[in-house]
Design a protein around this ligand. Sequence first.
Ligand code: FMN
Length: 107
Amino acid sequence: MFLRIAYVSSLSESMSPESIDRIVEASQARNERQGVTGMLAVDGRRVLQILEGPPEIVSALYERIRGDGRHHEVIEIDRRLIEARHFGSWGMVRRSMVDVVMLAMTL
Ligand SMILES: Cc1cc2nc3c(=O)[nH]c(=O)nc-3n(C[C@H](O)[C@H](O)[C@H](O)COP(=O)(O)O)c2cc1C
């Protein structure tokens, strides 16, 4: 079984929307190494991320992300065990938030 967590947050004022690229770059290799897949959607300052992978790894990662001062108002919107991954890798997408929420809720 895999754990999947979806949350929304807002990037901090001090962050330029472009600085999310640095987070994505740093996260890519780390997520791959840890077997974490999913997606990060960014729309202005709003963020929606879906993380899936081994349960202990995903919950520990989420706790780290939750405490990251580069964003705030972190709200978990979904947490569930899934039998199979829905994403083959991890990366950033620029899709509308509505699309991504629908994806998270219906997968
Ligand atoms: C919006 C956002 C999304 C993030 N996504 C990930 C991620 O998918 N994987 C990851 O390893 N770190 C991610 N991070 C960074 C983590 O919060 C943390 O800085 C990183 O895991 C390094 O942790 P450490 O400084 O305790 O070693 C994200 C940070 C933010 C603000």
